[in-house]
Design a protein around this ligand. Structure first.
Ligand code: SF4
Length: 274
């Protein structure tokens, strides 16, 4: 069965071929193509750790009505980071996070920013179950394919997702599909779709501040719906014809490099083969 993660959708409108290479590896290799191995970027481990710290304090807030001490968030994030480091054999550091010590300092900065700027403002319904609001597993079947997602937070009125990359990108498709699935699962439509952006900056640079963006709900739901249907059509088409050209490629994207794209330099995408 074709499985699509909502988090892969923003990349589809950037370079669909890259999005498919990075998220549908089995389907592509079954068609006879090889892809490069995906290495773990340090940005991914930092994001996972910060998410864990945020989730833990919000869980406490739902259960007790108040935020726990900041140290609880930091300890949870550092513990998650340490566990994930042990599980990851080959980490790629980058210009913004050059080593483990810098990663730990950045986790400290980002969890503190979330604790200070975001967590106090999120409202949940009285007496709710944290499992219905944090890291909820969303699943829908669309055209015979399984579409899944895990929004960070479903608050009283909104869906919120935290991003902690070097740059912020448009996430309408991801959040819009969360909203579509929630409509079908709970018959509930959010009033707001929100990204909380915690910029990851070099440790010797001042923290530029947390940025919150809201997306038009109807627009995002509509965009994500047709983008997903198009992606499913393309994947099914590829399963029939085996031609990578069914997936639109964008060699102009800033992500067109071997660090982000497992199709780079392979026969699945020959833009960089001479
Ligand atoms: S190599 Fe570039 S154009 Fe080809 S799939 Fe990857 S990102 Fe897209």
């Amino acid at each position: 069965m074709i499985k699509i993660r909502c988090s892969s959708l923003p990349s589809v409108s950037d370079c669909c071929r890259m999005a498919v290479a990075n998220s549908q590896r089995d389907i592509i290799t079954e068609a006879g193509f090889s892809l490069s191995e995906r290495r773990t970027g340090i940005y991914s481990l930092i994001g996972t750790a910060v998410h864990k710290g945020n989730e833990k304090i919000l869980r406490e807030k739902i259960l007790t009505g108040i935020l726990p001490q900041y140290q609880f968030s930091l300890d949870s994030a550092m513990s998650e980071f340490s566990d994930k480091l042990k599980d990851s054999e080959d980490i790629i550091f980058d210009d913004t996070t050059v080593n483990q010590s810098h990663a730990e300092k950045q986790i400290k900065t980002l969890t503190a920013a979330y604790y200070r700027d975001i967590a106090p403002k999120i409202k949940f319904p009285d007496g709710c179950n944290p499992d219905d609001h944090l890291e909820v597993s969303l699943t829908a079947t669309i055209d015979g394919c399984e579409v899944t997602g895990h929004p960070d937070v479903i608050s009283e009125s909104s869906i919120l997702d935290t991003k902690s990359g070097k740059t912020i990108r448009p996430y309408h498709a991801q959040l819009g599909m969360y909203a579509n699935i929630l409509m079908s699962m709970r018959n509930w439509k959010p009033k707001f779709l929100i990204t909380n952006y915690l910029p990851r900056v070099m440790v010797d640079k001042p923290y530029p501040g947390t940025k919150t963006d809201g997306y038009d709900v109807d627009f995002s739901m509509n965009e994500s719906w047709y983008l997903t249907k198009q992606l499913i059509r393309d994947i099914k088409n590829f399963q029939q014809c085996g031609n990578p050209a069914v997936f639109t490629a964008n060699p102009n994207t800033s992500l067109c490099n071997p660090k982000y794209c497992t199709a780079y330099g392979t026969k699945f995408c020959k833009y960089h083969i001479v």
